[in-house]
Design a protein around this ligand. Structure first.
Ligand code: FAD
Length: 581
């Protein structure tokens, strides 16, 4: 079957707030320009019809978006100044802000909120509702929005210029053979391709490696947010209330904290962030969240309520010093894919929107100059540096790195950074931080033995009321993948799983994955059996990948200690179907 090619002018990969804002802003810049030329208000050449496409791997725009979220409206107000009147889906204005320190039994309220967590004037939103709405605004402005289209590969010309992307094939069975409904992916050719894949983008990762765009930067570091929505029986937690917590259940070497946001109709949204640079190989971010809920303060809040939704997603926390070069010939990187998130504030929607807008302004300039090379596209990075994003991110540039010294020194360091304009300990311009997976210690460093792998959570019970196991939670993420397709989680050497990883780390993929995708099971092939008999008295275990559970959080790609897990896009439309997240 022949592969179809479609010529667009600009292709945005990923329908998150960054790219939807970029596409919308670009469509408006072009139409305003054309109108001004036509009515004589401006001199020059009209651009004519500019074909703009946004592709999204989810089954609809919004289906794969998950966030907190308290949104700083600054970005949205620049994109759509009358967003309230236009009907932007806002849950509530933030009405009160609480910051709690949790000990094992107590919740101590801080008399003041740490300045980065001051949310006055902000809005609680559900990101997947907001992106669905932005998608509608894009379509109304003439942008082509294609859900169920994963960007599977970048296309380059012979001079290493990006010339578009190839979307994923459909209808391939788990053996790699074509099914009756086989449809090859389409080559979407574009003058400029914009990668807005969110955190740890699969195409972005490859592009950055191929072109060395992270040279001289700090390694990106990540956290994982695990989240549930709960319906409460009464109005005990009002819409607009925001609570952030520090302390229990994280240990002192694990960056972590909780959030509880009040939504409309007696729904609360709560979650827990665990730094994906933890040391203890037994840590399980999903279990940390379940423990968080079992704290008396949280358990009392949820008593009599019902869990209705679940999801998880990684967060790019490295900040300013970890951002790669964001342009190359024919390509720009926006939003979380480039690391625009402010980890101290746990906010990235406003800067994702702004980055998309700055990309759009640069592409508009490129269309006018008919130059899509780095010479013009580098102006995107200049625009970022001249915008309000730069001072905001520079101020917190060493924030996450501070916490590798432990919780208390981390807080002291973060305080000094705040006073001294982002300098680590108030002195150093740039603090080095290793990649998160390198921070994980071996079992032996913690004195753990192979049969004690559940000891960190031995007190945790999944009661099906307040606390849930992963499989129950994943059911509430409404995940669906066609099971007759190749696994989209490529483990480059499964032998390592059964041997070195089992011994050194106790297969931490079984714990860091919040969706029970990875399981070590007894080997069941005759070859494995023969090898076991020859090599060991213990039955050999092998990796089983339950890929259909995957919620696309990207944690495995990030946290695997040997970096042998490669997350690639599954068939279009597969994945979670988030609602209200
Ligand atoms: C748990 C958590 C809590 C957060 N809390 C807050 C908060 O309170 N306030 C705040 O402002 N920010 C918060 N953030 C951060 C915020 O959500 C992000 O900064 C923001 O969503 C980034 O937008 P984006 O457009 O770059 O990426 P995303 O929102 O991640 O969107 C990327 C889109 O691209 C799609 N995609 C990815 N790869 C491909 C591909 N190859 N082909 C096609 N489509 C693809 C994805 O499916 C997704 O729809 C939080 C994030 C998390 C995870």
């Amino acid at each position: 079957m022949e592969r179809e090619s479609l010529e667009m002018d600009v292709v945005f990969v990923g329908a998150g707030p960054a790219n939807l804002s970029g596409a919308l802003h670009l469509a408006r810049l072009v139409s305003d320009h054309n109108a001004a030329i036509e009515n004589g208000a401006k001199e020059g050449k009209a651009l004519g019809e500019v074909q703009i496409a946004v592709i999204e791997k989810g089954s609809s725009v919004g289906a794969h978006n998950l966030s907190g979220a308290v949104m700083d409206p600054r970005g949205l107000a620049e994109l759509i100044p009358d967003f309230r009147e236009q009907g932007a889906p806002l849950e509530s204005e933030v009405k009160d802000d609480h910051f709690l320190y949790l000990t094992r039994k107590r919740a101590i309220r801080s008399p003041i909120n740490p300045p980065p967590l001051n949310n006055h004037g902000y809005y609680i939103v559900s990101l997947n509702r907001l992106t669905a709405w932005l998608g509608e605004q894009c379509e109304a402005a003439g942008v082509n929005v294609f859900p169920e289209f994963p960007g599977a590969e970048m296309l380059f010309d012979d001079k290493e210029r990006v010339v578009g992307i190839r979307t994923g094939d459909k209808g391939i069975d788990k053996e790699g053979k074509h099914k009756a409904n086989y449809e090859p992916g389409v080559d979407l050719l574009a003058k400029v391709t914009v990668l807005g894949e969110g955190v740890r983008g699969s195409l972005t990762k490859k592009l950055v490696q191929r072109l060395g765009l992270d040279e001289g930067r700090e390694p990106q570091v990540y956290s994982l947010g695990v989240k549930e929505l709960w319906e409460l029986p009464d109005d005990r937690y009002p819409a607009g209330r925001v609570t952030h917590t520090l302390g229990f259940p994280s240990d002192q070497w694990t960056y972590g904290g909780g959030w509880i946001y009040g939504l409309q109709n007696r729904v609360v949204n709560l979650g827990y962030v665990t730094g994906l640079d933890y040391r203890d190989p037994l840590i399980d971010p999903h279990a940390e969240f379940q423990k968080f809920k079992s704290h008396p303060f949280v358990a009392k809040l949820l008593a009599g309520g019902k869990m209705i939704r679940y999801g998880a997603k990684a967060i790019a926390a490295g900040g300013w010093n970890a951002m790669p070069q964001m342009f190359a010939d024919g390509v720009l990187i926006v939003g979380d894919s480039a690391g625009f998130l402010n980890a101290a504030r746990l906010k990235g929607i406003h800067s994702a929107i702004k980055s998309g807008m700055l990309a759009a302004e640069t592409i508009f300039e490129a269309l006018l100059n008919e130059d899509y090379s780095s010479a013009t596209l580098q102006n995107y990075e200049r625009r970022v540096k001249e915008s309000w994003i730069a001072p905001e991110l520079r101020r917190y540039r060493n924030f996450h790195a501070a916490f590798r010294h432990g919780r208390w020194l981390g807080m002291a360091n973060a305080g000094l950074q705040y006073i001294f304009g982002g300098r680590a300990w108030g002195v150093f311009d740039r603090d080095h931080q290793e990649a998160g997976h390198e921070a994980m210690q071996k079992l032996s460093a913690y004195g753990y033995h192979g049969d004690e792998l559940s000891q960190r959570y031995r007190d945790l019970r999944f009661d099906g009321q307040l606390t849930f196991n992963k499989v129950t939670d994943v059911y509430h993420a409404a995940v669906a993948h066609d099971e007759d397709q190749p696994a989209h989680l490529h483990v480059l050497d499964t032998n390592i799983c059964a041997t070195r990883c089992a011994e050194e780390y106790g297969n931490p993929c079984q714990r860091f994955c919040p969706a029970a995708v990875y399981e070590m099971v007894e080997a069941n092939t005759p070859q494995d059996g023969a090898r076991d008999a020859a090599n060991s008295s213990k039955p050999r275990r092998q990796l089983q990948i339950n890929f259909s559970n995957c919620v696309h959080c990207k944690t495995c790609d990030i946290m695997d200690p040997y970096q042998i897990i490669n997350w690639v896009t599954p068939e279009g439309g597969g994945g979670p179907d988030y609602k209200g997240m």
